[in-house]
Design a protein around this ligand. Structure first.
Ligand code: AGP
Length: 609
């Protein structure tokens, strides 16, 4: 997720200052590098570098760029390291075409190869740069007899993937070209100035008159006019007046980043599963070569790692696997040698407890595969292979979209290993990957839409409780652990997760009437025993909340049920079953009067021991 802004004006305003101010409002969308380009007297001026907006502006004086049209970008790296070369904007070979892009171009490698064969020189390793060269190629092929808008439309027919694009050309120094597919792009309208941005906060201080560009629409902006078309037909713009404050606009109208990020999970999963198969295959080889495997992580990432641990336990038979909370690393350090593989999971890529394990492990010859959300963070730099979740920046301290993205990536890796050791035919593998990639975002969106109101209703029933149990069995335990952590860390209700079979060995002693017990009970081999555990809790008056897949036996014995669509890929259960619990934790925290984005005593990235 990156931040885009483009402005064209006939006023005397300093465009680069407006762009810099707008980028600051978009920094929550990405902040590893930033750049601005303007057109001044028919010539392009561009400045960009690694770092936050304030740092780069101080270093390069971004606001001194001249011109009445410009585009800016604050990056969240998904393709290519964090570097000046990879910072946007990007240009074509001539330097006359400038583009910024948010999204993922799935066919960028083949486009890049073809363009290089046609003599184009690339200055970055990003997927986005191909857009500028494609535009140059189109104009060149028609000896500049092709209108800019038609060249732009031809470029879009060649791109596969998701995009929000704004492009300017020194040959049309007052026009911004824009298009969107699955990545957001909104237009701000003022009499003498037009804006395009990833999100409304970027220009809210300049105008509240907004046109939301829809999927598949293409537009051009000049200081006086907005032109929109779709499939060759003119679209009449429908401006709306936004009443949000700037801060609420950063949350796209959601009351908190956490709720926004819960709702972003379908696109985060879609982007994450659109991963580079070569990297997955390399990681699979590392797993098969290793004599033992250690899953190493903390908190919510540890719970994601647990889903991987259980999946690989099912596939790898007798190979020794270990699940290690990173701060407990020393307990397992005797296992580390050149035949050990560590799979380190961390959304921030900076958690010190994990780094404290990787540093010695590296010296002892261990191989390291990491699953990380932040490109170029510390943990990938210690890893032989880094698999990236593409969930975008996660602002809420309580991890949600990065967790389900980690689970999905580990599931994808498990399927690769299952195929590579011959437990799955090539045809079965192709089909299940297709299903994983299409089903995961769809079922996630369905479950969130079907269960959000129920979660809000249920929250009011547990808001006054001080304790809660989350019970599961077998490889559903990570769901219970994560559900308990979510409720605990943002609503401050003391929530505990343990295997349901353990209840009678002690924990059931504190259960009394109305004590909330959440039963994770999918339609799998654990269902019958979870039913019995439900009965023993009901017998003590517990308030039973079940998360289940249409199992009417447990629904009948529950005071409240989240009824989920049954999954055809069991690997998806840690994703489908955690969604209602994320929302339950969120609404419980809000109803208890707390800010879920900033839970007390917690930080988003834990860089202390
Ligand atoms: C997540 O909800 C928690 N805030 C926390 O447990 C977090 O998962 C843990 O600190 C690990 O962080 P990482 O994924 O950045 O390594």
């Amino acid at each position: 997720m990156c931040g885009i802004i483009a402005i064209t004006t006939s006023s005397k305003a300093n465009v680069s200052k407006m762009i810099t101010t707008s980028l600051k409002k978009l920094e929550y969308r990405g902040y590893d590098s930033v750049g601005i380009a303007t057109i001044n007297n028919g010539k392009v001026e561009m400045l960009k570098d690694v770092g936050t907006i304030d740092k780069v502006n101080k270093r390069l004086s971004l606001e001194n760029l001249q011109g009445t049209i410009g585009i800016g970008h604050t990056r969240w790296a998904t393709h290519g390291a964090i570097s000046r070369e990879n910072a946007h904007p990007h240009s074509d070979c001539t330097g006359n075409i400038i583009v910024v892009h948010n999204g993922i171009i799935e066919n960028y490698l083949e486009l890049r190869n073809t363009l290089q064969e046609n003599g184009h020189n690339f200055s970055s390793e990003t997927d986005s740069e191909v857009i500028a060269h494609l535009m140059e190629e189109e104009l060149k092929q028609f000896n500049q007899n092709l209108s800019m808008i038609n060249a732009f439309k031809r470029v879009l027919t060649k791109i596969e993937g998701t995009y929000a694009i704004t492009l300017i050309h020194s040959g049309e120094p007052d026009t911004i070209f824009l298009a969107r597919k699955d990545s957001p792009l909104v237009i701000g309208v003022r009499e003498d100035t037009k804006f395009a941005a990833s999100d409304i906060p970027a220009f809210l201080e300049y105008t509240k008159k907004v046109i939301v560009l829809k999927n598949g629409e293409i537009a051009t902006l000049t200081p006086q006019a907005v032109y929109i078309e779709k499939n060759g037909f003119r679209v009449q713009p429908k401006p709306v007046i936004i009443s949000w404050t700037a801060e609420s606009a950063q949350k796209s109208g959601y009351p908190h980043f956490m709720l926004k990020e819960i709702h972003e999970q379908p696109i985060a999963l879609k982007n994450t599963l659109n991963t580079n198969p070569a990297e997955i295959m390399k990681a699979s080889n590392k797993i098969l070569e290793a004599e033992r495997i250690i899953f190493l992580a903390c908190g919510t990432s540890y719970h994601a790692g647990l889903t991987g641990y259980y999946q690989f336990q099912r596939i790898l038979g007798k190979k020794p696997l270990y699940k290690v909370i990173a701060s407990e690393y020393e307990t397992y350090s005797h296992l580390i040698d050149e035949d050990t593989l560590i799979i380190a999971i961390s959304q921030s890529g900076e958690t010190l407890d994990v780094m404290k394990g990787l540093t010695p492990a590296r010296k002892l010859g261990a191989s390291i595969v990491s699953v990380v959300n932040v490109i170029d963070s510390s943990i990938p730099r210690y890893s032989h292979i880094s698999l990236y979740t593409k969930a975008g920046p996660e602002i809420g301290v309580a991890a949600t979209k990065t967790h389900t993205a980690q689970v999905a990536l580990l599931a994808r890796l498990a399927l690769q290993v299952e195929h590579d050791i011959g437990l799955m035919s090539a045809t079965e593998f192709t089909h299940i990957i297709e299903d994983l990639n299409t089903l995961t975002p769809q079922i996630t969106r369905l479950i969130i839409n079907q269960n959000e109101f129920k979660a809000k209703q249920l929250a009011s029933k547990i808001t006054n409780q001080n304790h809660a149990y989350f019970l599961a069995r077998g490889y559903n335990m990570p769901i219970a652990l994560e559900g308990a952590l979510k409720l605990k860390e943002i609503s401050y209700i003391h929530a505990e997760a343990f295997p349901a079979g353990e209840s009678k060995h002690g924990p059931i002693a504190i259960v009394e009437p109305d004590f909330p017990v959440i039963m994770i009970a999918p339609n799998d081999w654990t269902a019958q025993k979870m039913l019995s555990n439900t009965e023993e809790m009901r017998a003590r008056g517990a308030y039973i909340i079940s998360v289940t897949e249409q199992d009417h036996r447990i629904i009948k014995r529950s005071d409240y049920s989240f009824i989920l669509p049954e999954v055809t890929i069991p690997l998806l259960r840690p994703i489908t079953h955690i969604l209602p619990l994320q929302m339950l934790a969120y609404y419980t925290a809000v109803q208890r009067g707390f800010d879920p984005d900033k839970p007390k005593n917690l930080a988003k990235t834990v860089t202390v021991e």
